[in-house]
Design a protein around this ligand. Structure first.
Ligand SMILES: *Cc1c(COP(=O)(O)O)cnc(C)c1O
Length: 340
């Protein structure tokens, strides 16, 4: 059985010798795209008339919610699992997740017939996501009070039991695979000026930064919830620091840890980082549901909330807002709609 000891980590997470922390090159991104294309459809980039009128801009929604498992996370896993070291095929993969990362991993693991273990926090209240992971054949383990405690548990089990530990951010294969979305945007709307994307661990914002930012020269802006701003702090000149707490209903971006690799890419290629309040996120969910018939989960609505906050600054620009996922439980949705 393979077994690896952790090596020195550039952040407060555990990493193993197979975690190469070199940012993906443009070649890596195009190669990953060729893999992703075999398994996933291209997602639509749809103009929002309502947001375009409101902001006096050309606003497009990148509909990542239309992918299998209803989030962008799956893009990375086909690239990672297709290239998995054969010594891990029997033992399988382990990761921690608030649901979408786990559903993405479970789907690709099933495709390649590799076992998948996903550690979620005991507090995760999203049956849509939990049932999704189980239905895909993954073993779901509940541990810890939040995703960072779940992560520490997954890291321990990887060291003790020999799983391939899939990190939430320090995985160039995941970032390169997720960058296929950015290549699609570049082809569909090469005139894009601004792209605003949610940041949890930062893999997706880093992926857009490497494509729409670095290759096309557009401003890629990251956005976090005001109560869960660990990456915002680290990006704005601070040290990489594990925060004491993270507070937001948007569980997809509720994390206390900045990850070194996406942070390095974002420091180089991200134009700006913003914060939005949970109230603004809920208002954005109601808005895109009513006006665009799009269901955005909390994390996915942060870009819309940030665009509304920027307001006049976006006038005359071509703006892309990725709808990163739509796994909102009906209970939560009902609560949000009732608030109006
Ligand atoms: C994970 C997730 C995010 C944040 O992505 P990171 O790559 O972790 O920054 C945003 N939206 C949704 C729907 C997610 O599941």
């Amino acid at each position: 059985m393979p077994s690896y000891d952790p090596i020195e980590s550039p952040d407060e997470t555990t990493i193993f010798p197979y975690h190469d922390l070199t940012p993906p090159t443009t070649r890596d991104v195009y190669e990953a795209r060729a893999v992703v294309r075999r398994y996933l459809p291209r997602t639509p980039l749809v103009r929002s008339e309502s947001l375009s009128a409101e902001l006096d801009a050309d606003v497009y929604l990148k509909r990542e919610d239309t992918l299998p498992t209803r989030s962008f996370k799956i893009r990375g896993f086909y690239n990672l699992v297709a290239d998995l070291d054969p010594e891990f095929r029997e033992k399988g993969l382990i990761t921690s997740s608030m649901g979408n990362h786990g559903q993405g991993m479970a789907t690709a693991a099933r495709e390649f017939d590799v076992p998948a273990v996903i550690v979620v926090p005991e507090t995760l209240e999203n049956p849509t996501k939990i049932n999704g992971m189980k239905r895909l054949g993954a073993t779901v383990v509940a541990h810890g009070r939040d995703v960072d405690e779940a992560r520490e548990h997954a890291e321990r089990r990887a060291a003790e039991e020999g799983y391939r530990y899939v990190h939430g951010g320090n995985e160039p294969h995941l970032i390169a695979g997720r960058a296929s979305a950015g290549l699609e945007v570049m082809e569909d709307r090469p005139e894009v000026d601004v792209l605003i994307n949610p940041v949890g661990g930062g893999s997706s914002a880093a992926a857009y930064a490497l494509t729409v930012g670095k290759l096309l020269g557009a401003d890629v802006i990251g956005v976090q919830a005001a109560g869960a701003d660990a990456v915002h702090r680290a990006w704005s000149g601070g040290e990489i620091e594990l925060q004491e707490s993270a507070d937001t209903f948007a569980e997809g971006i509720k994390t206390r840890t900045p990850f070194a690799l996406p942070l390095e890419i974002m420091r180089e290629h991200l134009a700006e980082m913003l914060l939005v309040e949970d109230d603004q996120i809920r208002a954005a969910i109601r808005r895109v549901l009513a006006d665009d018939a799009v269901l955005a989960e909390g994390a996915a609505a942060t870009g819309v909330a940030a665009a509304l906050e920027l307001g006049d600054e976006l006038a005359g620009k071509t703006v892309v807002l990725p709808i990163s996922g739509s796994n909102l439980s009906t209970t939560k949705l009902r609560e949000i709609l009732d608030e109006r």
